[in-house]
Design a protein around this ligand. Structure first.
Ligand code: V47
Length: 350
């Protein structure tokens, strides 16, 4: 490993093999400071999960339900607009919308969802639909994924969230999420969104049955896509939560692994500007410490979160802007409110 050089797969594995967590933190902090100075970003957002009915039934997910299940739910467009409008007085700049693959909702429902939300809150950016949902909309509407993206963009979609990537390994896909969009399609859809001028995020679900080699390969695949299309804004490692999933016998991640993975993500992926610790998944304590491990973004206020909480998360579902700011400032970093595109909202603090 030489200063300033792009890390190889072997370098990534060597970092995972190293017990020198303080050394790794210092390396990641150095890179983070070069890219983002002493800023730590957060945003004021509202998550909406329109339905938990999903035909993919991934083994690692505790959120999905069958249509006939008592706990199945579907929000109406009116309910979604009301949820968004209710959050508006808190100053949200982003709606984050991800849901199950509903067997009956037509593509026109999603187009109308974008139109209704954009009309209700024209100044709020809509970050919605993982590449897996885009792929599904293409299937149900018999269009290409690019056409789906064009229609949704015209209706109000601003950006894609990073979910649904899981781990880009054929072995794991066969074992745990066989119906899910293959890696090449997930990457292609983000590339298409970038070509249409949208910025997107990317994730990696870790701490289940993947190998360390598969994690590092996943990071390299994201780095290569970024070389090709350039539109990823943030990399977000997602810590697996086992409760109520078909992998519930697994222990979940440790704080050591969470911090190491965030730092190695910062070191391996040299071309994505931000690394985000989603506090809902890693917990507030690890999220706070992660600002010394390459992380420059703690996500947002969230308000209501169903996917991780269905899988046993014990974090709150919402944080106030003031709570986020004081968590960040205690670490000596400057807290900066951003919008989805990392534009500073209301001026820098401190
Ligand atoms: O796609 C599902 C993951 C994702 C579990 O782009 C699980 O800014 C842990 O992608 N344990 C949805 N994770 C969340 C997501 C996200 C969150 C915050 C910010 C952004 C962003 C994206 O959650 C799913 C899946 O990969 N997931 N089940 C589970 N049991």
């Amino acid at each position: 490993m030489r200063a300033g050089e792009r890390l190889s797969k072997e370098d990534g594995l060597a970092l995972y093999a190293s017990p020198d967590i303080v050394g790794i933190s210092q390396l990641a902090d150095h890179v983070r400071r070069e890219k983002n100075g002493d800023l730590v970003y957060f945003n004021v957002n509202r998550h909406i999960n329109p339905t938990n009915i999903c035909s993919n039934k991934c083994k690692f997910c505790a959120f999905w339900r069958d249509q006939t299940d008592e706990e199945a739910y579907e929000m109406t467009l009116d309910e979604m607009v009301k949820a968004a409008e209710d959050a508006a007085p808190s100053g949200i700049t982003e709606l984050h919308i991800v849901g199950g693959l509903h067997p009956d909702w037509p593509f026109s429902f999603y187009v109308e969802m974008m139109e209704r939300l954009k009309t209700a809150l024209p100044d709020v950016l809509i970050q919605a639909f993982t590449a897996v949902e885009i792929d599904y909309f293409a299937e149900i509407s018999e269009q290409s994924s690019r056409e789906v993206l064009e229609h949704l963009k015209a209706a109000g979609l601003d950006s894609l969230p990073g979910g649904g990537a899981e781990i880009f390994s054929d072995r794991l896909r066969r074992v745990a999420w066989e119906k899910k969009t293959p890696a090449a399609d997930w990457l292609r859809i983000h590339g298409e969104a970038h070509e249409l001028g949208m910025h997107t995020n990317c994730t990696m679900l870790y701490g289940h049955i993947e190998t360390l080699e598969e994690r590092v390969e996943h990071m390299i695949a994201l780095r290569e896509q970024q070389d090709a299309s350039g539109g990823f804004l943030a990399f977000i490692p997602l810590a697996f939560h086992p409760a109520n999933t078909e992998l519930s016998d697994l222990p979940g991640t440790t704080g050591y692994d969470d911090l190491k993975t965030l730092a190695i993500g910062r070191l391996m992926i040299d071309n994505i500007p931000h690394v985000k610790a989603f506090w809902i998944m890693v917990g507030l304590k690890i999220a706070q410490i992660s600002t010394a491990f390459g992380v420059d973004d703690l996500d947002g206020t969230v308000v209501e979160e169903r996917i991780t909480h269905a899988a046993g998360a014990t974090t709150p579902e919402a944080l106030s802007k003031e709570e986020l700011i004081s968590l960040i400032e205690e670490t000596g970093h400057r807290a900066v409110e951003r919008d989805t595109l990392y534009r500073v909202v209301g001026g820098e603090r401190g």
